[in-house]
Design a protein. Structure first.
Ligand SMILES: C[S@@+](CC[C@H](N)C(=O)[O-])C[C@H]1O[C@@H](n2cnc3c(N)ncnc32)[C@H](O)[C@@H]1O
Length: 293
């Protein structure tokens, strides 16, 4: 049910761009910090204000005060939070982003995990792309793992890809990308795993159905106590995510990842992220690569 005008403060008057007051910014940033973990320092006020203008327009609200009343109402909590989260998340990503990690995977982590298991591959190796954005990271993992599996039978794997943003997950699931976004993929892999759209003028490619079938997408919020995952993971990629979180949130999340990994499992963070200074039980084994003992 749509909120009433009285509930939302909605107006049908002409809409001049609203100004966000410091008090409103403080309320929104506290809500975002609590629900998503992302910190928004005061310097981000202009960014939040301009990004939220679109939401005010859609909801036909003329002030951030009215938006605040809506977003904090039970109705707003149910329906608007998802949009607010979309507005504050940064989705920048790429195929084969930070390529050294995929080299490490192929030449060090996968052989080590395989040696640990011997031929016991009834249970697939489980990977998790946590904070997968529009899918480039999990599809890169799927290519790397499919190549490794082809050279090392019997070897089975499964990939879970999660994000908090439902909008970005929908895009990820389609597996369609502008051709220029796939430049980081080696030509041999492109030939195997990408399909060109029939209409060449559109300049789009799609991940092949076989590769798409290797990735399961799911909405998971890192702020949840348990991620709702019954299986332990062998490898977690959580790159370029914790950089937006404050130290206590980072600490808590890295601990939960530790709990979610099998002994010998790996955690990959982004190159500008670190566990230094956090009280967690990982051993550094590569550049922003950590292993559970
Ligand atoms: C910058 S992208 C990183 C994408 C990819 N991992 C990479 O390194 O290219 C960060 C992603 O983390 C997601 N994210 C942010 N806060 C989150 C939370 N609390 N729970 C789950 N995902 C979150 C965002 O929606 C966004 O898609």
């Amino acid at each position: 049910m749509q909120p009433t005008a009285a509930e939302t403060g909605r107006t049908s008057q002409g809409l001049a761009p609203a100004k966000m007051r410091d008090r409103e910014f403080t309320q929104f940033s506290a809500l975002i910090r609590q629900r998503v973990g992302i910190q928004l320092p005061p310097a981000k006020k202009t960014m939040l204000e301009s990004r939220l203008h679109k939401r005010l327009k859609v909801l036909r609200l003329d002030s951030f005060e009215a938006y605040g009343s809506y977003v904090f109402s039970p109705e707003g909590q149910r329906t608007e939070m998802v949009h607010l989260i979309d507005v504050v998340t940064t989705n920048k990503t790429d195929f084969f982003r930070e390529p050294g990690h995929f080299e490490y995977l192929t030449h060090t982590a996968l052989p080590a995990l395989r040696a640990r298991r011997g031929d016991r591959f009834e249970e697939p190796l489980r990977l998790w792309s946590a904070g997968c954005s529009s899918g480039e990271e999990p599809y890169t993992l799927a290519m790397v793992l499919a190549e490794f599996a082809a050279g090392h039978p019997p070897f089975r794997f499964s990939i879970l890809a999660s994000d908090i943003s439902t909008r970005i997950l929908e895009a990820a699931q389609t597996g369609v990308y502008p051709q220029e976004r796939t430049e980081g993929i080696a030509i041999g892999l492109k030939k195997k795993y990408l399909l060109r759209s029939k209409d060449r003028s559109r300049g789009l490619v799609r991940i092949s159905p076989e590769l798409r079938a290797r990735v399961v997408f799911r909405r998971i919020n890192f702020m949840e106590d348990h991620f709702g995952l019954s299986e332990k993971m062998d490898i977690i990629f959580c790159r370029n995510v914790i950089i937006y979180f404050d130290k206590p949130t980072q600490q808590e999340l890295i601990r939960k990842f530790h709990r979610q990994l099998r002994p010998g499992g790996y955690l990959f963070l982004g190159h500008s992220e670190t566990i230094n200074g956090l009280d967690v039980d990982f051993v550094t084994v590569g550049s922003t690569v950590y292993q559970k003992q």
